[in-house]
Design a protein around this ligand. Sequence first.
Ligand SMILES: Nc1nc2c(ncn2[C@@H]2O[C@H](COP(=O)(O)OP(=O)(O)OP(=O)(O)O)[C@@H](O)[C@H]2O)c(=O)[nH]1
Ligand SMILES: [Mg+2]
Length: 208
Amino acid sequence: MVVEEKSQAEAMEGTQQRLEVNMLLLGAHNVGKTALTVRFLTRRFIGEYGAIESVYSRVDRINGQEICFNIWDSQHTQKCPSVSDKQLQWADGMILVYDICHRGSFDVVQQQLRHIRRGRKPSSLPIVIVANKRDLRRHRSVSGEEGRLLALSERCGFFEVSAAETYHGALLVFHRLVDLVRETRALRKSTAGVRGIVRSVFGKKRAE
Ligand SMILES: Nc1nc2c(ncn2[C@@H]2O[C@H](COP(=O)(O)OP(=O)(O)OP(=O)(O)O)[C@@H](O)[C@H]2O)c(=O)[nH]1
Ligand SMILES: [Mg+2]
């Protein structure tokens, strides 16, 4: 695995624009943030991951476009339970993870969402909520509906997955976030374009 700091936002490669996306994983301790990250990067589920916090990079080609995933797998600590300013500034998108067997971890996701929304508008920061450990659903304490409702009310993507059971779930989560980041950037560009037209028209009138 290659550990890298944030590099250029977008780099040109040939005629196709390369898309670079900074993704931050948040959530309570033990919910499976590292398991999901490792699943996506290596296709494997190792079981025990230890206390590691890193930024990993991986380049993939999706529908002909080169995508550079920069994934910050954060570690949840009691000392610093929320989201730092550095994390808020760095991220183009976030993945908020909870464990369906631990209601407390669902509460943490809601707290982190409130904190994020204070710092960044929903339109500027796409989020995917992940309900992990689906394989343990017989011990479930958070229903799928609760997760889905939260995601709907906060305009986030939502997936219930098991990092332990499949690679596919992790793939869906990371690819969905790329789509959302792409949509957000396109929206920002078109809004900036409209603002530019309005400015040039009204600016001209004032000058006349
Ligand atoms: N049964 C099951 N166990 C899982 C799953 N995902 C992760 N785990 C287990 O949950 C424990 C915690 O996983 P981690 O990925 O280390 O959790 P984390 O969110 O990164 O935790 P911190 O880095 O300490 O904040 C490990 O024992 C994993 O094997 C899953 O989908 N199902
Ligand atoms: Mg971890």
